[in-house]
Design a protein around this ligand. Sequence first.
Ligand code: GTB
Length: 222
Amino acid sequence: MAPVVTAFEESPDRGQGLARDMPVRWALEEVGQPYEVRRVSFSAMKESEHRALQPFGQIPTYQDGDLVLFESGAIVLHIAENHVGLLPDDADARARAIMWMFAAIGTVEPPIVQREFSHYLERDTSWHEERLPLMENHIRSCLEDLSARLGECDWLDGTFSAGDLLMVQVLRRLKGTGLLEVFSNLSAYVSRGEARPAFKRAFDAQLPADFGKTQTSILQEQ
Ligand code: GTB
């Protein structure tokens, strides 16, 4: 049986592929592993049945036979370790690819998520305008360092790896903020990731069923 991944029934990003089922889908597409997606509503996510799979009541989860995993990074690592294509064979290069996975999730993503949370939850507070530059400086400094390390290379350490997959996915959250765009090599890096056929397949598969339809054509179908 194909592994089953859970995703939002209706993603708040309305098809931008920013929720964390996206890296899991992308990894499965990269290695050519067919999978099924079970969409979960916000309320179902908080029920005990879903919490048995994901104790924090979130998506994504990954079920393959008796194995149940949560945490998108751990799921991507599991996929990468059990298939060819996302981790190099050489032991040192493999360790470095895993290091970049941790860097994406543990170093680059937190300030980005903090800024998003602040935007959604704190933007009406008196101190939001004061705090925003501090958060954005933190992101900028992180991107400066990442940009310097990437330089003119296509990928972070030789060939495309699970480290690049997670890093590109994390950086995608900054698109349109102006923070990513000033680093031309990072913008090009994200575009390279998004141009991969596996990314495109994963992206297309997560689009809402009515994506791209005009309100009129949706009404006509009803
Ligand atoms: N560390 C966990 C992992 O990596 O798997 C975090 C999982 C997580 O944050 N899941 C989110 C969730 O289930 C969805 S991805 N949230 C529901 C809840 O907590 O009640 C985070 C996300 C949500 C929405 C957007 N967006 O709209 O752009 C982007 C990312």
